[in-house]
Write a protein that binds this ligand. Structure first.
Ligand code: F6P
Length: 341
């Protein structure tokens, strides 16, 4: 069997570990052949592929990013997108696809599967917000990067008795903020799931200064105050309709300074959270997803996605994979509140 592999959406550490596991098991156990499609769905849409064999995947396990490239191309929005993909797969002699991605990439995989194209999904996202799997790879690495940044910010915040605000990724789900804030001993954690009360945030900050410590505020990029922000007028969106976020930390900087009279500085971690080498946890999870995905393809279990359930990898329907966004439950958030202020 000849299979196409692609990585779509925002990259994350561990993508190469999946590609390596798919190819290594596919070649050694099932005598599969592979084609690597470039830049997410743009590859099969435009017929842009590279040869993908064991040689190509040697040494890539610890490497961040993706050797196949990625994009947020959405073929469902393109004229005849699905037909063009189908024609290119036939031309390349490809029997089925392994699509590694988050909710958008897997949503396209589901649409292709419904159109009769054979697809297996592998979940990835640093956001950890896919409902069908307990964890996605990339998340643990992002949390560790953010935690290390918070550890470093504590000492400089205390030296200058400043408020330091750390903005982490997370549009709709605050998992990175929640985990890194808890692990890093943040004094306030702000997540998209719970609109925040600015007066309360400022009260936590003042309390922290009274105790002779300098506060660290961890905020997810999608967090917002009760009542929302004053209209920014910035409507830029990507091919899947997501707004480009970023800026809440700088907004908080000004608000906190004017309300508390304390000096505040913002650090926006941005794409540093997605770069570099994956943690051991992410390498192992990505590898196991890859091994199970290629196993599923060879069993003809198309339309499925590999998912972590407790400690086992199971196969779930692609439709289930994109059904529900996994957000931070209120009761979990409340557990962290004991450390606020
Ligand atoms: O979905 C992963 C993610 O890193 C989000 O946390 C973030 O909002 C988004 O991608 C950023 O996207 P881009 O790299 O396209 O700016």
């Amino acid at each position: 069997m000849r299979l196409g592999v692609l990585t779509g959406g925002g990259d994350c550490p561990g993508l190469n570990a999946v590609i390596r596991a798919v190819v290594r098991r596919g070649v050694s156990e099932f005598s599969n052949e592979f084609v690597g499609y470039r830049d997410g769905w743009r590859g099969p849409l435009e017929g842009n592929s590279i040869p993908l064999g064991v040689e190509a995947v040697r040494g890539i396990l610890p490497r961040g990013g993706t050797i196949l490239g990625s994009s947020r191309t959405n073929p469902v929005n393109e004229q005849d997108g699905i037909e063009r993909i189908s024609e290119n797969l036939s031309r390349d002699g490809v029997d089925g696809l392994i699509a590694i991605g988050g909710e958008d990439t897997l949503g396209v995989a589901k649409a292709l599967n419904e159109a009769g194209i054979k697809v297996i999904g592998v979940p990835k996202t640093i956001d950890n917000d896919l409902g069908a799997t307990d964890y996605t790879f990339g998340f643990d690495t992002a949390v560790n990067i953010a935690m290390e940044a918070i550890d470093r910010l504590h000492t400089t915040a205390e030296s200058h008795q400043r408020v330091l605000i750390v903005e982490v990724m997370g549009r709709h789900a605050g998992w990175i903020a929640f985990h890194s804030g808890l692990a890093g001993g943040a004094n306030v954690i702000l997540i998209p799931e719970q609109d925040f009360d600015l007066d309360r945030v400022c009260a936590y900050i003042e309390k922290r200064f009274e105790d002779q410590y300098a506060p660290i505020v961890v905020v997810a990029e999608g967090a917002k105050p009760i009542g929302g922000f004053p209209d920014s007028g910035d409507e830029a969106t990507d091919a899947f309709g997501h707004a480009r976020l970023g800026g809440v930390a700088h907004w908080l900087e000004g608000e906190i300074e004017s309300r508390t009279g304390k000096e505040a500085r913002a650090t926006v971690l941005g794409h540093v959270q997605r770069g570099g080498t994956p943690t051991a946890f992410d390498r192992v999870l990505a590898t196991r997803f890859g091994l199970h995905a290629i196993g599923a393809a060879n069993q003809g279990r198309w339309g499925k996605m590999a998912a972590l359930r407790s400690t086992s990898i199971e196969l779930v329907d692609l439709s289930e994979a994109v059904e529900e966004l996994k957000t931070v439950p209120p009761e979990l958030y409340r557990e962290a509140e004991v450390f606020f202020g």
